[in-house]
Design a protein around this ligand. Sequence first.
Ligand code: PBG
Length: 346
Amino acid sequence: MNTPLHLLKRPRRNRKSESIRALIQENFIQASNLIMPFFITEGKQVRSPISSLPNQFHLSVDELLIEVESILISGIGTVILFPLITSHYKDSLGSYAINPKSFFYKAVYTLKKAFPQLTIITDIALDPYTSHGHDGVISDSGCVLNDETVQILTEMACLQAEAGADIVAPSDMMDGRVKAIREALDKNRFEYVSIMSYTAKYASAFYKPFRSALQSAPTFGNKKSYQMNPANSREALIEAKLDEEEGADFLMIKPASIYLDIIQKIRSNSNLPVVAYHVSGEYAMIKAAAQRGWLDFEHTLFETLLSIKRAGADAIISYGAKELATWLKSSTAPLDEEPTDRQTSQ
Ligand code: PBG
């Protein structure tokens, strides 16, 4: 008797036990692939909650040290740091960005000294420092100038490297910045400081909680003349090719979970490590729903980050990195635990 064809092939055979499912699992999230962002502020004993990003804080350096100790214990080895620049330090050129006495450079130095094994990424962009909130120097007619901005970025890169950054991450989508930063770093004997280029950074509505956290929203216009059009994907490959040629060590895509096609495209067109930035708005959506009991925070974040890995990212920046790493440590096989409808811890 002939078995009907649809019953000869039973894909469920490969899902029949925990052991078989584990045997053939293709993608994983490990704490060591996660990067935790932190917002640094001037002062001492400051740990103030950020209202647009629940469970995230503005931290002074002493508090940062405490946080970093705990993320290292959770298995995360890499952080990315952003400065909260108060308005009295801001001006139209973003001059405080290249002030060697900046509290931010001191914080990087202190952190590296305390934890030499930690990988420190610093963001290179002028927007936290400019009074107008744009990422570059503005011309009289209101254009964001490219080459003038790149010059300042090279100085920022060297100050960050000198303070102890292992990886610098230019995030403003100016043209030619990777090459200029590479040359400046090399000239100043920072040959081993890496560049993680924000390769495909889209002009996204999902950055809003971050901009509220840093008080860095543009005061006029938008960022569409430098960040990419969310409608485009081939353009990401042009950016990726240039970044690779200019000497980038990592290519970054952001946002992440709504740009999985871009991650996959860049992954298949480059052999460089690919990093995805699960940005503030992507985190805030999950957090807000979890706070209402509509979603389970860890399970939803885990599945989201897994999709980013499946698309081809090697490493992921996420505001939920610490919570997820802690959860992964406490739970042996997250995929085998069905999400429950219990209220989340938040
Ligand atoms: C600065 C910068 C931004 C983010 C990272 N670096 C904001 C922006 O471009 O306006 C956004 C990160 C996030 O939303 O989590 N250029």
